[in-house]
Design a protein around this ligand. Sequence first.
Ligand code: MD5
Ligand code: FE
Length: 202
Amino acid sequence: TAVEIRPGLRLYKAALDRAAQESLRDEIREILRAAPLFQPTMPRTGKAFSVRMSNCGPLGWVSDRAGYRYQPDHPVTGQPWPAIPDALLRLWSDLADYPEDPDACLINYYDVNAKMGAHQDVDEQDFSAPIVSASLGDSCRFRFGGDTRGGSTQALTLDSGDVLIFGGPARKMFHGVDRILPGTSTLLEPPGRINLTLRRAR
Ligand code: MD5
Ligand code: FE
C-alpha cells in the first residue's frame, strides 16, 4: 500500500513486517562483521559525519577528503563489499520498476544523536534508476524539499519497516535526517537506526 507523497516519491508504510525486519537485521549484522562501519569525512574540510556507514554490493559509496565516490572495496579493510542480501534484491525487483539489479547498497547507522544534513544524491551515473530506501530500528524525522537548496521543506516520520522510493522527478530532491526519535524501536542493539539505500551507481 503505497502513498504517493509527491510525484516520484512513494512511501510504503510497514512494507517489512517484524519477522522480515529481524531477518534483515541479522543479515546486516553479518555484513557489518565482514565490512565494519567506517566514519566518513567531508571532502576538503575532513569533518566527520555523525552517521557511520558501510556498504554491500559490487560498489559502495565512500566519502573522504578526496571527495565522494563509489568504489569496489572497503576504505579501511581494502576488502570487496559483501553481497546484497536476496531479501533486498527482491524488494528492489518488486518496487523499483527498473530492469537491472542495484549495484550498490549503502548502509547508514545512526546512533540516537546522529543526523544527516540536507543534500542531493548525485554521485550516480544514471538518474533514470530510482533509489529504494528501507528503515530499521528507531524512527526518524526525514526532511525533504525541492531540487534547489533553501526552498520550502516537508517532514515525514519514517518507522522501522518503512520503504521509500525516490524516482523520476523526486530523484534529485534535497533531503536529510533531522533527528532520531530515541526509544521508538526494540529491533536494534545497540539502539539507533539503520537505513539501507539500494542504488544504481553506474
Ligand atoms: C537516511 N539517507 O535515512 C537518508 C535518507 C543517503 C540518505 O539520504 O543518501 O544515504 S534515505 C532517503 C533517500 C536516500 C537516497 C536518495 C534520496 C532519499 N533521494 O534521492 O531523495 O539515511
Ligand atoms: Fe541521500
